[in-house]
Design a protein around this ligand. Structure first.
Ligand SMILES: Nc1ncnc2c1ncn2[C@@H]1O[C@H](COP(=O)(O)OP(=O)(O)O)[C@@H](O)[C@H]1O
Ligand SMILES: [Mg+2]
Length: 375
C-alpha cells in the first residue's frame, strides 16, 4: 500500500484539486484508493459533495464521545474510490493533542492497524505546518508538493522540506518528496521563467507531468465531482490521468526507496514538454540582453512594461566587473523600461530611444522586432 501525502503550507496551490483528481485517476486505473481529508476546512469532502457527521476527527480524537474506527467513517464515491471525510471539528484536534506523547504518530498508528486492502491512500493536508500536517508526513511513504509556477516560493518549499527532514531525524521516518507543478498557466511568460527556476532548484525531485490551468477543474469542484466524472476529455482530466500513469509506473520502486531518476532523463523530458507547449501556445520569444555600466552601484533593477514595473528578485540585474545585465525573453512589440540604480530611477543611457512618461521624465523604449530576435 502506498501512502501519499499532498502537502504545501501555502493555500490555493492545488493540494485539494490534486488529491481529489489524482485519487479519481488512480481509481480509473483499477487501483483501490482511499482519500483522507485531513483539512478542517473540508474542501475535498465538500468538493466531492459528501455530507459527514462522523469524520476523521472521530477517528483521531481520544476525547470525543463518538469515537470510531477509520472503517466506520469511510464513504464510497464510486468504483475503487473511497473517502474518509473531514469537518470543521477537526480544527480542535491541534489543541487536544498538544502535550500528548506520540501526538505526531496518531494517524500513522491508525493506518498501521488498518486492515483494508487499498492500493493507495492519499492524504489532503491543511494549508499550514501544524500537527495535522506532521501526522500526514509521519504516516506517508511519499509526499507530493504541488507548487504554482506563477507563485512559486522557494522559501515555502524549503520550510516544508525542513519539516520532512525533522520528521526523518526525530521520528526516524524517512519520506521522499516530489514537486508537482500545478496550475501552470502557459499563456504567461512568467510561468516558464518560474518553471526554469523550479527545475534548477529541484531537478531530480519533480514529476515530469505538470498540471495546467483548466477552468473545468474549478467547475468540477463546484459541481461536487472529480474531473474524470465531470469532463473526461478536458485538459485537466488528461493532466491528472497522465500524472496517475507516472505514479503507477513507480509502483515497483516507489519514491521512498527509488533511486533518483537520472537528472539528464528528467531534463530531457521537461525540455521536450516545454518545447511542445511553446510550439503549441506561444509565439516565438526573442532573447534580449540589456546592460548598464554602473561600477559604483550596489543594486540595480530593471522595471518595465514586460514585468509590470515590478521590483523583485526577477527584475534584479546581475553584475560582472561593474557591468549590470539582464536577460529577457520577450514577444515582439515595444516596451517602456527604466533602470533603478540604488533606488534611483533613470533611463538607459545607452539607448537613444525614449518616450516621455506621465511623471514628466523619460522612459527608455525597447523595440523588439519580428522573428529575428533583434532590437
Ligand atoms: N489547474 C487548475 N486550473 C484551474 N483552477 C484550479 C487548478 N488547480 C486548482 N484550481 C482552483 O484553485 C482553487 C484552489 O485550489 P485548491 O486545490 O483548493 O488549493 P489548496 O488545496 O492548495 O488550497 C480552487 O478553487 C481550485 O478549483
Ligand atoms: Mg485544500
Amino acid at each position: 500500500m502506498r501512502i501519499i501525502t499532498v502537502s504545501n503550507q501555502k493555500g490555493g496551490c492545488g493540494k485539494t484539486t490534486t488529491s481529489i483528481n489524482l485519487a479519481a485517476a488512480l481509481a480509473t486505473n483499477n487501483r483501490k484508493v482511499l482519500l483522507i481529508d485531513l483539512d478542517p476546512q473540508a474542501h475535498a469532502t465538500n468538493g466531492l459533495d459528501i455530507k459527514a457527521n462522523l469524520s476523521i476527527y472521530n477517528v483521531l480524537s481520544k476525547i470525543t464521545n463518538k469515537k470510531c474506527k477509520l472503517e466506520e467513517i469511510i464513504q464510497n464515491l464510486g468504483e475503487n474510490f473511497d473517502i474518509a471525510p473531514s469537518n470543521i471539528v477537526l480544527s480542535t484536534l491541534e489543541q487536544e493533542l498538544s502535550g500528548e506523547i506520540g501526538r505526531e504518530s496518531r494517524l500513522c498508528d491508525i493506518l498501521k492497524n488498518f486492515k483494508n486492502n487499498y492500493d493507495y491512500i492519499l492524504i489532503d493536508c491543511p494549508p499550514n505546518l501544524g500537527i495535522l500536517t506532521i501526522n500526514a508526513i509521519r504516516a506517508a511513504n511519499e509526499i507530493i508538493i504541488p507548487v504554482e509556477a506563477s507563485r512559486f516560493s522557494l522559501e515555502g518549499v524549503s520550510q516544508l522540506t525542513s519539516i520532512i527532514n525533522l520528521v526523518a531525524e526525530r521520528l526516524n521516518h524517512r519520506v521522499d518528496f516530489k514537486i508537482l507543478v500545478a496550475n501552470f498557466d502557459s499563456r504567461l511568460q512568467h510561468s516558464f521563467i518560474m518553471l526554469e527556476k523550479i527545475k534548477n532548484d529541484y531537478k531530480n525531485k519533480m514529476f515530469s507531468n505538470i498540471i495546467h490551468v483548466n477552468v473545468k477543474l474549478k467547475e468540477a469542484q463546484n459541481a461536487g465531482l472529480n474531473i474524470l466524472a465531470y469532463d473526461k476529455y478536458c485538459r485537466g482530466a488528461k493532466d491528472y490521468f497522465s500524472l496517475s500513469r507516472e505514479i503507477i509506473t513507480q509502483e515497483d520502486a516507489p519514491l521512498a526507496v527509488q533511486a533518483p531518476a537520472p537528472v539528464e532523463a528528467i531534463e530531457k523530458t521537461l525540455k521536450k514538454r516545454m518545447k511542445e507547449i511553446l510550439k503549441e501556445e506561444l509565439p516565438k520569444l526573442n532573447e534580449i540582453v540589456l546592460s548598464l555600466s554602473a561600477p559604483d552601484a550596489k543594486e540595480v533593477y530593471i522595471a518595465g512594461e514586460f514585468n509590470n514595473w515590478k521590483l523583485d528578485e526577477n527584475s534584479r540585474m546581475e553584475q560582472t566587473n561593474g557591468c549590470w545585465t539582464k536577460r529577457l525573453n520577450l514577444n515582439n512589440g515595444n516596451y517602456r523600461y527604466r533602470f533603478v540604480i540604488d533606488g534611483n530611477w533613470s533611463e538607459d543611457p545607452a539607448n537613444p530611444l525614449t518616450q516621455l512618461n506621465t511623471y514628466g521624465t523619460l522612459d527608455s523604449l525597447l523595440e523588439v522586432n519580428k522573428g529575428d530576435g533583434s532590437i
